[in-house]
Design a protein around this ligand. Structure first.
Ligand SMILES: Cc1cc2nc3c(=O)[nH]c(=O)nc-3n(C[C@H](O)[C@H](O)[C@H](O)COP(=O)(O)OP(=O)(O)OC[C@H]3O[C@@H](n4cnc5c(N)ncnc54)[C@H](O)[C@@H]3O)c2cc1C
Length: 536
C-alpha cells in the first residue's frame, strides 16, 4: 500500500472475521489505524470454520487452497512470510473423479502433461489434445482478467474495456459472444464426462454451468498454478491471520454480533452490538453478506448501502456432512468428485425447482489423505471426511404450512441418494450417529444471516454478473464492503482480495490527494488508479 501519512486516530470497526474481514483488519492495522474486529461467531474464519466430530476437528467450509500469490502478497504487506505462518504442501493429484456405475476414474494432476496422458487413457488421445487446447485458452483468459478484474476495484463495462485493450478484448471475444461455460466446454470437449468435469468450475462461484459465463474456465489455470494442503486445515489460515492481526494491534472480539451500523448525518459513525454497547468508528468495513445491509438487518440507516440481492439471483447453498467414517472399496485422495448421470437435472432441480437435487454431484474431501495429514489411508480406521451436495439457497423461509425446513424428512433421502451414488462408484462409508455433523441451507443461513444459505453471494450468472457485485465503497460514506458477496467474488483467495481492496479503498478515501478512488493492486502496492473511472 502507499506510504503516505495517515491520521492515526481514524478508528475502524470491521464487522466479520471471515477471510475478507481478517485481511482488511490486518492491513489497516499495519498502516497504523486503530482497528476493532467484531464477529458473532465464537472463533474467526467465517465459512472457513471447523466443527468437532467425535473428538476430531474437521474443516466444514472451504477445503481447496489456491492462488497462493494473493496470500504471499498480503502477508508481505504485513511484513511477514507466508511460509513462516503456515505449513503448505502442494498436491500432486488435484482431484479424483468418478462416474456412477463406471469403474474407470480420472485424476487431474498438478502436472499438465500428466493430466493429458490420463485423459488420453480415460477417453482418447484426441480428447487429450483438446484438453491441452482448453488449458491454453483458460490460461489466456486468466492472464487477461487477473489485472483488470481480480486485482482491481470493481470495473464498469467502460473501464473494463479500456483496461483490457484490443488484445484482452480479443481473448474474451474468442470465447464466443456471451457464451456460457457449458457451451464453451462443448466446443472444446467431445466426451460428455469432461464437459461435466470442467463444468463443475461454475459451482466454485455458486453458479450453474449453463448460466455461468465462459470466463470461469480460468479456474483451470488457477488450479494448474497450484492447489495446496494446509497443515491444521483451512481453518489454520484464518487462525494465522487472526493471530497476526492481533499482534499488529487489532482488538479482536469474537462472540459479539453487531446489531446496527450507526449513521449520523449521512456518514457512518459506529456500530451497536447486540448487548447494546456502541463502538464509535470513523469507518466501518462490513464483511457479512452485502444483502444483510440491503435487507435492513443492520438497521434502516444502513439499508441504502448497497442494492439488494433478489432471491432468484442467489448462488448455491449446500448440504454438508462432516464425518468420522470408515471408508472402503474406493481409493480416496484428498479431493474426490462423484458424478451422476444427468448433470443438467442437478441445476434444474436447484435453480428452477428449488429442491435438493435428485442426481446431485457428491464432493468428498478426505482430510487425512494429503502430503501433510497422511494417516488413515484406508486401513479401516475412521477418517475425517467432508461430503458436500449443492442445494438451493432457500434456508430462510418463514415457518408455516408448506415452508422449507431442510429437516431430516427432506435431507435424509438426499443423504441416501448420495450414499447410493458413492456405492455405485465403489465407495462404502460407515459411521455412527455421533460421528456426523450435518449443515443444511437453514444452518448456513443462521451462520451467515440474510443469505438463505447462499454461500457465494449472488450467482455468477450471465456476462453482466461480473459487474453486478457491490464494490468496496458502499453508497454510505465511511462504510466499506469486503467478502465473497462483493467484487471480485467468492472463494478464499478472491474474498481475501476483496478485503485487500476494501482496505486500499478506505485508505484512498483518507488520502485527500487521490485523483481517483478505484484501486488497483499490483505486486504488493495498492494505488488509486489514475487511469480508471472514479467510483466515488
Ligand atoms: C461448504 C463450503 C465449501 C467451500 N469450498 C471452498 C473451497 O474449497 N475453496 C474456496 O476458495 N472457497 C470455498 N468456499 C467459499 C469460501 O469459503 C468463501 O467464499 C469465503 O470464505 C468467504 O469469506 P468472506 O470474507 O466472505 O467471509 P465469511 O466467511 O462469509 O464470514 C463472514 C463473517 O461475518 C460474520 N458476521 C456477519 N454478520 C455479522 C454481524 N452482524 N455481526 C458480527 N459478525 C457478523 C459472520 O459470523 C462470519 O464469521 C466454500 C464455502 C463453503 C461454506
Amino acid at each position: 500500500m502507499t506510504g503516505t501519512a495517515l491520521p492515526s486516530d481514524h478508528r475502524v470497526v470491521v464487522v466479520g472475521a471471515g477471510i475478507g474481514g481478517l485481511v482488511s483488519a490486518l492491513l489497516l492495522a499495519c498502516r497504523g489505524l486503530p482497528v476493532t474486529l467484531v464477529d458473532a461467531a465464537p472463533a474467526p474464519g467465517g465459512k472457513m470454520r471447523q466443527v468437532m466430530v467425535d473428538g476430531a476437528a474437521i474443516d466444514a467450509g472451504p477445503t481447496v487452497f489456491t492462488m497462493r500469490w494473493v496470500f504471499d502478497q498480503i502477508l508481505a504487506e504485513a511484513g511477514v512470510k507466508l511460509e513462516d505462518q503456515l505449513r503448505l504442501a502442494p498436491l500432486s493429484v488435484l482431484a479424483r473423479h468418478a462416474w456412477r456405475g463406471q469403474a474407470q476414474t480420472l485424476d487431474l494432476f498438478a502436472d499438465l502433461q500428466r493430466s493429458a496422458d490420463a485423459i488420453a487413457r480415460f477417453s482418447s488421445p484426441a480428447e487429450a489434445r483438446r484438453f491441452l487446447g482448453f488449458c491454453a485458452q483458460a490460461k489466456k483468459v486468466y492472464q487477461t482478467l487477473e489485472g483488470p478484474y481480480i486485482r482491481s476495484g470493481r470495473p464498469s463495462l467502460l473501464s473494463m474495456g479500456l483496461d483490457l485493450g484490443p488484445r484482452g478484448l480479443g481473448v474474451l471475444a474468442g470465447l464466443g459472444p456471451f457464451a456460457s461455460l457449458w457451451r464453451s466446454l462443448g466446443r472444446h470437449f467431445h466426451d460428455a464426462r469432461l464437459q461435466q468435469l470442467f463444468g463443475r468450475y461454475a459451482t466454485y462461484c455458486g453458479a450453474s454451468p449453463w448460466a455461468a459465463p465462459a470466463t470461469l474456465m480460468l479456474v483451470a489455470q488457477v488450479e494448474l498454478d497450484g492447489v495446496w494442503a494446509v497443515e491444521g486445515g483451512m481453518h489454520a489460515v484464518a487462525l494465522a491471520l487472526a493471530g497476526l492481526a492481533q499482534r499488529k494491534g487489532v482488538d479482536m472480539r469474537c462472540g459479539q454480533a453487531v446489531q446496527e451500523i450507526l449513521v449520523r448525518q449521512g456518514r457512518v459513525c459506529g456500530v451497536r452490538l447486540a448487548d447494546g454497547q456502541a463502538l464509535a468508528a470513523d469507518s466501518v468495513v462490513f464483511n457479512g453478506d452485502a444483502h444483510a445491509l440491503a435487507s435492513g438487518l443492520l438497521g434502516e440507516a444502513a439499508r441504502p448501502a448497497t442494492p439488494p440481492t433478489a432471491r432468484k439471483d442467489r448462488s448455491l447453498s449446500a448440504v454438508t456432512w462432516a464425518l468420522r467414517a470408515r471408508s472402503s472399496g474406493f481409493p480416496l485422495v484428498r479431493h474426490n468428485v462423484f458424478f451422476d448421470a444427468d448433470y443438467r437435472s442437478e441445476f434444474d432441480d436447484i435453480f428452477r425447482q428449488q429442491r435438493l437435487p435428485r442426481q446431485g454431484t457428491v464432493y468428498v474431501c478426505a482430510q487425512d489423505r494429503d502430503e501433510i495429514a497422511r494417516a488413515a489411508g484406508g486401513d479401516g480406521a475412521p477418517e475425517r471426511l467432508l461430503c458436500l451436495v449443492n442445494a438451493p439457497a432457500d434456508g430462510d423461509q418463514p415457518a408455516g404450512a408448506g415452508a422449507r425446513s431442510f429437516d431430516p424428512l427432506e435431507t435424509d433421502p438426499c443423504e441416501q441418494r448420495s450414499l447410493a451414488l458413492l456405492r455405485q462408484c465403489g465407495l462404502n462409508l460407515q459411521w455412527e450417529p455421533h460421528q456426523a455433523v450435518r449443515t443444511t441451507p437453514q444452518g448456513f443461513n443462521t451462520l451467515f444471516p440474510a443469505t438463505g444459505g447462499a454461500l457465494y453471494g449472488r450467482a455468477t450468472h450471465g456476462w453482466m454478473s461480473s459487474f453486478s457485485r457491490p464494490s468496496a465503497a458502499s453508497a454510505i460514506p465511511g462504510l466499506f464492503l469486503a467478502g465473497g458477496s462483493v467484487h471480485p467474488g467468492p472463494g478464499v483467495p478472491m474474498a481475501a482480495m476483496s478485503g485487500r481492496l476494501a482496505a486500499a479503498t478506505l485508505l484512498a478515501h483518507l488520502d485527500s490527494t487521490s485523483r481517483s478512488r478505484r484501486v488497483h493492486i499490483s505486486g504488493g502496492i495498492s494505488t488509486p488508479s489514475a487511469t480508471t473511472v472514479p467510483m466515488a
